[in-house]
Design a binder for this molecule. Structure first.
Ligand SMILES: [Cu+2]
Length: 202
């Protein structure tokens, strides 16, 4: 039973990670890449998109443990996707054109797998079209719990729940229609157990 719960949790996590991953477009335009400098979260994808001419995108500096890349960008290879798996700074060039280069910085995603205590909490977070946020907690332990909402910089913007969650199937609803559009994090803390989910308010 415990094993099933864990499998379900990993599954839910995988789905939520996949759904929340962002694709960042880097446009080739003449002998430039645009934007030339930006920030992503681990788990996001950087998509290089060809516009004209014959170019490539070749990594020149990646963090330890990150994959390098080398892909043509031309009429036959109009885009290239690089999935970011390691935090740190990435630099790349087009080897055909001196000065055609760019960088991006990857920050650790608060909901990356290694930050989540898998022994514990199942939490499902979603937003609905009418501006409601639903947080569904499946296996709270009965300790005092705090559920907060953080903005992309980690600043707390709302307390969604504070107190013991007695039920093992508990739903929090929050009106987020007044919130600025963007990426937020829902953080569940119960004793030493912490679980975080990324959520898009749109
Ligand atoms: Cu080029």
């Amino acid at each position: 039973m415990k094993k099933n719960l864990l499998a379900l949790f990993v599954c839910v996590l995988a789905v939520s990670l996949q759904m929340s991953a962002t694709i960042h477009i880097v446009n080739q335009q003449g002998n430039t890449f645009s934007p030339a400098d930006f920030t992503v979260l681990v788990g996001d994808t950087v998509r290089f998109e060809w516009n004209n001419g014959s170019h490539n995108t070749v990594s020149t500096d990646v963090p330890a443990g990150a994959a390098t890349w080398n892909s043509p960008l031309n009429s036959g290879n109009q885009s290239y996707d690089y999935e970011v798996t390691v935090a740190g700074s990435y630099a790349y060039v087009c080897t055909f054109h001196a000065g055609q280069d760019g960088v991006f910085t990857a920050e650790a995603a608060p909901n990356s797998v290694q930050n989540v205590n898998r022994a514990a909490i199942e939490m499902n977070v979603r937003t609905t079209a009418n501006g409601n946020l639903t947080v569904h907690v499946l296996n709270a332990s009965g300790d005092k719990a705090t559920v907060t909402m953080l903005d992309i910089t980690g600043r707390e913007v709302a307390t969604l729940h504070q107190g013991v969650i007695a039920s093992d199937d508990f739903t929090i609803r929050q009106d987020v229609s007044a919130f600025q559009r963007g990426i937020y994090f829902v953080r569940f803390q119960e004793g030493s157990r912490v679980s975080t989910r990324k959520v898009l308010v749109q």
